[in-house]
Design a protein around this ligand. Sequence first.
Ligand code: ZN
Ligand code: MN
Length: 261
Amino acid sequence: MSQETVFAAELSWPEYERTVLQGRVPILLPIGAMEQHGCHMPLNVDVLLPVEFCRRVATATGALVAPPFTYGYKSHQKSGGGNHLPGTTSLDGATLVAALKDVIKEFARHGVRRICLMNGHFENAWFITEGIDLALRELGWSGINDMKIVVLSYWDFVDKATIAKLYPQGFPGWDLEHGGVLETSLMLALYPQFVHLDRAVDHPPAVFPPYDVYPVNRELTPKSGTLSSPREASGEKGEILLAVCTDAIVAALKTEFPASP
Ligand code: ZN
Ligand code: MN
């Protein structure tokens, strides 16, 4: 790619068209949320992190990064503290699915045939899947059957050895890692100016029954809004996570989007 930037929205339309028209250059689409992340981090963690992973992966693979989805599906109490918390600003599932479907079809209209949806918010997962399914179905009706879409959540690329190294006291699971060691460490590595560890609240991992009740019992969410403690977070852990996930995602995309198909 001849352009100076990996961000699609920073290109002029002729530059964009030249880049995507052959269908070879993948579009990476970060999908986040506006959601509370405890007392020590801002509301846009789930946007900042996948955007940065996309930027790094795009730089390594020659892909373009599309503007992110900055709102996502509702925060679930067991993975994001709950949708009742102030600042958490969510879309209905049908809205997210419809918007994703529209954007995928627009990229297809421009000639894009390779897309990677990079999820940064646990609760988005099945709605992303549905948006892809509806888009591919409708594109098929228009005779476009050569689209390939990869969907991933960056934390799924943290391997067992890295988990063992980063969580010597035990791993709470990605659902309880809301505002905990993973996200706080990544934010410390990338955006330390947005992290206020002095305001972080240390608490044991949240405990939930193996079922859900609505309206939620707000008492089950720790007061801080985090579901596990960020106390063991560090910029060094963040750098490890950045390297591990970026390398593994780059490898996955080189497999799925080979240079000469
Ligand atoms: Zn998050
Ligand atoms: Mn989230």
